[in-house]
Ligand binder design. Structure first.
Ligand SMILES: C[S@@+](CC[C@H](N)C(=O)[O-])C[C@H]1O[C@@H](n2cnc3c(N)ncnc32)[C@H](O)[C@@H]1O
Length: 467
């Protein structure tokens, strides 16, 4: 077979599936420049040809395209057929069904509302906008864990400020239904201020979410693809239509615990695509199509994407490496996790003197990611930076009068909550210490000694070289 025929085959396949040629090359044979090399007379071995062929064959469904079986385009949610091949059937009386996220939901909500972390993270992430090199037709952003949406909404505001007239393709991964609801509440204004926005929310895993394609055939069969073209032109109207998604979300955004790994897992994979109907023409080139799309992100946010005590291999192989693969040329991934060495950890150590929740630092994670990526890592830069740039501080919001001789109980409780949340202390360890009130004294002492409470986060950046 000559190169022209093969190129034609690749280009037909890419058109059919919505993949960019560089993504095709990267995913099929780990070579983003495959097509351009062939175009310029490059030769390939028969082994590479076999890999290309087998990639195309495996990633096609029976009717010729990579396509999920359930595709919904209804404006109003339609009742769904029972999933045919959910990855992990969970019975409705199973106590793990619809469990509340992150050990205790209230801890998370109290933390995000009493500490400045998510604002500070959004500020740090937004600084990266000065270093990216978006190409037409859109600025591409991936948020690898939307949470309550504070970080995403703030970064989108900063993006609008820098690129007021450029279309945005924004994909957020989030498995928790309650977080999706909180994040969606913050989005109506984004569509008003920046009409050229395509917002995609999905519960897919790290290795699949950037491409909006599920690798497992069984899970792909139950994929729900839902589009919401917003009508009208006020944030009030957009908010009303987003709120109408509630029953759809309640029906579909269900999660449980994977019995093997203990990690959260979706009951059925969902992709939700929201954009303004009056901008559909303009947004057409960036609207993702069912069956997978290009990743090629300009910016990837990985804010607190793993539990601090998770093994290094999980953090590097399952979380950061797939996100690094999803970067486009000149793209940047910024990862942020808790660092310790702060008054928050001092509170924890007064109760559990030997506790060490923060087991891996940025250097270890980046080394492991580099190893995991192998030759593909050569296109990436791993930026650890010096501590004065990589570490940043955030505080518990307190009024100047709050930290005085007599610190109010609610301030102490909010501080204790923040300390145990950040240190990710499991509920069963807590019951003993809250019974005797020692924790109140320990927290009050630390607040008084430092005149407040603060924490350090650690960040690192992985960037892809420009083509
Ligand atoms: C809740 S989400 C993170 C969502 C979103 N990216 C954010 O930053 O809010 C997933 C993980 O966040 C962790 N998490 C969020 N903020 C944290 C913090 N400040 N310190 C420690 N863990 C945190 C939880 O352990 C959980 O496993």
């Amino acid at each position: 077979m000559n190169a022209q025929d093969l190129l034609q085959e690749i280009s037909d396949y890419c058109r059919q599936t919505g993949l960019a040629e560089s993504t095709f090359g990267r995913r099929a044979v780990n070579d983003g420049k495959l097509a351009s090399r062939l175009r310029h007379g490059g030769r390939i071995t028969t082994e590479t040809l076999d890999r290309i062929r087998s990639f195309m064959a495996t990633n096609r469904s029976l009717d010729g395209a990579m396509r999920p079986l359930v595709v919904e385009r209804a404006h109003r949610p339609m009742p769904l057929p029972a999933p045919t091949g959910a990855p992990m059937p969970i019975k409705s009386d199973d106590p793990t069904r619809n469990f509340r996220f992150f050990d205790n939901r209230q801890k998370y909500l109290l933390f995000v509302n009493t500490c400045s972390e998510k604002w500070v993270i959004a500020h740090r992430v937004s600084l990266e906008l000065a270093n990216i090199h978006p190409r037409p037709p859109a600025v591409r952003l991936f948020d690898a864990g939307v949470g309550d949406g504070t970080v995403l909404a703030r970064v989108m505001r900063a993006m609008h400020d820098r690129y007021p007239t450029v279309p945005f393709y924004v994909v957020g991964k989030e498995i928790s239904l309650e977080d999706i609801r909180l994040a969606l509440q913050k989005m109506a204004d984004r569509f008003f201020e920046h009409p050229g926005t395509v917002l995609v929310l999905t519960n897919l895993a790290y290795a699949d979410a950037p491409w909006l394609a599920v690798k497992s055939m069984t899970a792909a069969k139950s994929l729900v693809w839902h589009e919401l073209p917003l009508t009208g032109n006020s944030s009030h109207q957009f908010e009303a239509q987003i709120t109408e998604l509630e029953p759809f979300l309640a029906d579909n955004w269900k999660a449980g615990v994977n019995p093997k790994t203990g990690n959260p897992a979706f009951e059925r994979p969902v992709v939700l695509v929201i954009y303004r109907a009056d901008h559909k023409f303009l947004l057409d080139p960036i609207l993702p199509k069912p069956g997978g799309t290009t990743a090629n992100y300009d910016l990837v946010i990985a804010s607190q994407p793993y539990r601090a005590r998770a093994p290094l291999e999980f953090k590097s192989k399952r979380v950061i490496a797939p996100l690094a693969r999803a970067l486009g040329p000149g793209g940047r991934l910024i990862a942020i996790h808790s660092h310790g060495n702060d008054p928050g950890l001092e509170i924890i150590r007064r109760i559990w003197p030997n506790d060490n929740p923060f087991t891996t630092d940025r250097h270890q994670i980046m080394r492991a990611v580099k190893q995991e990526l192998g030759p593909a890592g050569r296109e990436l830069n791993f930026n650890a930076y010096a501590d004065n740039r990589a570490l940043f501080r955030y505080d518990m919001h307190t009024l100047p009068s709050e930290i005085s001789e007599s610190i109010g109980t609610s301030t102490v409780l909010a501080a204790w909550n923040a300390a145990i949340y950040v240190a990710q202390v499991e509920d069963d360890r807590l019951s003993g210490v809250v019974a005797d009130g020692r924790y109140i004294d320990a927290t009050r002492e630390v607040l008084r000694e430092h005149g407040g409470l603060w924490f350090y986060d650690e960040s690192f950046v992985i960037s892809r070289r420009r083509e």
